[in-house]
Design a protein around this ligand. Structure first.
Ligand SMILES: [Zn+2]
Length: 186
C-alpha cells in the first residue's frame, strides 16, 4: 500500500496536482475539499453488513468523496470483485441521508438473484439468466487479452461465460446500454 503523503497513515488513493503534487488518502482529500468548499464532513459509519437473497452475510466498506461537483458515496464489498454500489449527492445534502440512500441501493441491489447455475447431465456447469436480463459491472480481467470480466450478483463471470449465457437467446434482439456507477439502472 502506498501511504498518504500528508497523514502518513491512510492509503494514498488520490493524486493531487498543483504547485506541488502529492498522493493523499481519501480522508485527507475530504478534509481539504470540505475546507475549500466550506462544508462540514459528517462522521459516517465505515462499514455495514447485510444479508443477500440467499441469506449470505455481505459486508460493505463505505467511502465518501467530496468533490466540487458533489458528494460521491460508495459501498464496496470487502472482497475483490464483489458487489459495488455508488450514489451521487449535492454538496449541501445531508451526508447521513446520502448514506441511507446508499444502503437502500445496496439492499435493493443484492435482493434479487439474476443468474442461476445448473449442471448438464455430462457434469458440465452452465449459467443462465433468470429474468432474461442482467445488470452488472465491467471490470478488468487480467487473465484475458483485453476482454472484460463482468460482475453479476457480486460474482465475476468471464466474457466467454456471458457469451454462453446469451446462446439461450439465439435469434433474439438485445439492448446493451452503459450506466455510470451512481445511476439507477431501470
Ligand atoms: Zn491522509
Amino acid at each position: 500500500m502506498n501511504q498518504c503523503e500528508w497523514c502518513g497513515t491512510g492509503e494514498a488513493k488520490i493524486h493531487l496536482t498543483g504547485e506541488t503534487s502529492s498522493n493523499v488518502c481519501n480522508h485527507c482529500y475530504n478534509a481539504l475539499m470540505s475546507e475549500e468548499l466550506g462544508i462540514e464532513v459528517e462522521q459516517l459509519m465505515e462499514s455495514f453488513t447485510m444479508k443477500d437473497d440467499e441469506g449470505n452475510l455481505r459486508t460493505f466498506h463505505v467511502e465518501m468523496r467530496i468533490q466540487p461537483i458533489g458528494i460521491c458515496l460508495e459501498a464496496k464489498e470487502n472482497k475483490g470483485l464483489g458487489y459495488q454500489f455508488a450514489i451521487h449527492g449535492e454538496l449541501d445534502d445531508s451526508q447521513s441521508d446520502l448514506l441511507k440512500r446508499l444502503i437502500e441501493k445496496v439492499r435493493n441491489g443484492i435482493q434479487e438473484k439474476q443468474i442461476e447455475t445448473g449442471t448438464f447431465q455430462n457434469g458440465q456447469v452452465f449459467h443462465s439468466m433468470i429474468h432474461d436480463q442482467v445488470v452488472g459491472r465491467v471490470e478488468f480481467d487480467e487473465a484475458s487479452d483485453g476482454l472484460p470480466l463482468v460482475i453479476i450478483d457480486g460474482k465475476p463471470y468471464t466474457w466467454e461465460e456471458v457469451g454462453k449465457m446469451l446462446m439461450t437467446y439465439e435469434g433474439f434482439q438485445f439492448k446493451l446500454k452503459m450506466y455510470d456507477m451512481t445511476d439507477d439502472v431501470d
